[in-house]
Design a protein around this ligand. Sequence first.
Ligand code: CDP
Length: 231
Amino acid sequence: MNKKITIAIDGYSSTGKSTIAKQLANQLGYVYVDSGAMYRAMTFFAMKNEFISKDHFDVTSLIENLDKAQLKFIYNPSIGFAEMYLNDENIEKAIRTLEVSNFVSQVAAISEVRKKLVTIQKEMGKNKGVVMDGRDIGTVVFTDAELKIFMTSSAETRAKRRFDELIEKGQEVSYDDVYTNVVDRDRVDTTRKDSPLVKADDAIEIDNSNLTKEEQFAIILKLVEEKLRDV
Ligand code: CDP
């Protein structure tokens, strides 16, 4: 019963992966890792160094400078989860903007970026007891995860959730822009060459369009308990 497992949660943008992953990690005493935050951090790094902007993306310079981006998660007890740091700067808030969302899928499509981040992610999960969410966790990062979940819901539901979240954070965004971003990211993430977003064969698909957070948590916790009985 004390054996720890690895839980991989993948799915489309704004499906509430991180909410459920955090809840599970809290309940089980596991480490939660937001792999999307790492791709967002690399995007922030690329924006800050002007490797990427609206009409230009200098992939070569980004690749040449990858070593200059040091990523760290530091636990913040007042909010109960780890925040993203880039070269010792807390960038947790800065990476959640629509501007970063508008560039992140382009940066995440670069194989060198993925290689750097996947290496760190594998290291973070090597002792199990981890819940990681993202796009390629069950298919690339932890192919042997005991439990793989694939989250879906309609684009409208997801855009509405993300819009509400951004408004609550005080960001000035329009629903249409958020919707466009959600759909665009799905397209780029599912069609890229390296590690496209795809449901792993052994993942359990959950469509949460019509589920409350509580219902969703209960369903997934039951799956975890079944897996824990087997190990
Ligand atoms: O906005 P949302 O929470 O849905 O996305 P996120 O988890 O913060 O991820 C942002 C972006 O990072 C995705 O749209 C992907 O382009 C990329 N990503 C990835 O390629 N692989 C991962 N394991 C996680 C994120």
